[in-house]
Write a protein that binds this ligand. Sequence first.
Ligand SMILES: *[C@@H]1O[C@H](CO)[C@@H](O)[C@H](O)[C@H]1NC(C)=O
Ligand SMILES: CC(=O)N[C@H]1CO[C@H](CO)[C@@H](O)[C@@H]1O
Length: 474
Amino acid sequence: MADTADDKLHIVMFPWLAFGHMIPYLELTKHFGRKGHRVSFLSTPRNIDRLPGIPLDLVALVEYVKIPLPAVENLPETAEATSDLPYDKIQYLKIAHDKLLDPVAKFLKSSDADWIIYDFAAYWIGPIARELSIKSAQFSIFFASSLAFMGPTWSLMGGDYRKAPEDYTVAPKWIPFQTSLAFRLFEIKRIFDSFDGNASGVTDIYRFGAGQESADLIMVRSSYEVQPEWLKLLGDLIPKPVLPVGQLPPGQGDYGHSKETDEWQWINEWLDSKERGSVVYIAFGTESKPTQVELTQIALGLEKSRLPFFWVLKTQLGSSDVDRVELPDGFMERVKGRGLVWTSWAPQLKVLAHDSVGGFLSHCGGTSVVEAMSLGKPLIMFPLLSDQALNARLLEEKQMGHPILRNESDGSFTSDSVAQSLRLVMVEEEGKVYREKVKEMRSAYGNMDIQNRYIDNLLNHLKANRPVAKIHST
Ligand SMILES: *[C@@H]1O[C@H](CO)[C@@H](O)[C@H](O)[C@H]1NC(C)=O
Ligand SMILES: CC(=O)N[C@H]1CO[C@H](CO)[C@@H](O)[C@@H]1O
């Protein structure tokens, strides 16, 4: 069926205030724009200023809408994203985020939006959208496996049988097949406030559930090529349409970024000087950092591994973070020539895509996982927050990555276990399986024809189910 002007939608995107969420939302935004739909991408001014500009071919269809973040107690004035804050202050960002309800409602009222796509945090959007005859979809950015682990809607809204951290160290009973999907005790303890509430008064889990309950559609970052059993299970757990949006691999245009040409040239030359597949790329994402104890062992382990590395190191999460971490004394001297420590923003995709990079020591956030897999680079895994540990379990199961081995109860580990995991995945014969497996899976994650089919399928659903009242008025 050929598209007519009447088929064109106006879609509003409202991601949680975290770059790990805004980036996949932006990826979807570009797909929608390239199919001729209008998109309004809502976030706060400082976040929008830090996002990549809208590609030139899309400026007529896609607009950034800046909604100022209300000031709240305990939240530093310049903090608008999780990357501006240490973990214990993110609860105040949620309070400020919830105060966006009025300005977002006002925006929707004055717009001709057909659909709003919102994140886990904005559990209050659904009822507002319904009142305005706008359709709503929850898109949480988690993979289907993590959503299935979290549970059915009723369980998220208070009915979960799991109460103590220990209950999350085994797979939940609604998963009918064998899986290693579960947290280690130290992992779940680190994030347990997501489950038992915090200053914003609403747990993350409840946000997920209430957001599902009121949505017309659930969208999930997954594909049948990679997570078939999890997608099927999720469809059984959530009593409404659940549509995969694909893996959202980076497109060609995402490798470019005009601003840091000089920096990239310098990095590129350094990488060129190393052997093919020899360099470990290291980054733990924008919104988390290892503790000092962890960082020290990682650094010493890198030294012991004798491997070349490129490390994007974040020592502080915003200026209000008092726990600044430091590399061990003399580290930079000892790794001179072999390793590069980069303390500002780095073009992750370009670095990962370089032939000299042979593996990625990663926190296993969704976007990093998809980037690494679509470039065929195996992971050495060190999950920190959120659903990262769950991602790591599955990648380990499928032999696309190997974890840094830790004490399962308190998380302690030595520099030797760091060096061992690094060498296994990067160079050793027994680790060949990791390097081969990712090559096998590369197209399942990164193929753009596959991705396009998911976008077409999703858009067909959005078109077929656009608000009835608006069908004839356009
Ligand atoms: C792991 O940590 C726990 C708690 O600190 C400790 O009791 C246990 O002995 C440790 N296990 C190993 C294998 O070191
Ligand atoms: C008010 C409140 O409960 N604050 C807690 C939220 O969670 C963080 C991290 O676990 C704690 O440090 C706070 O005390």
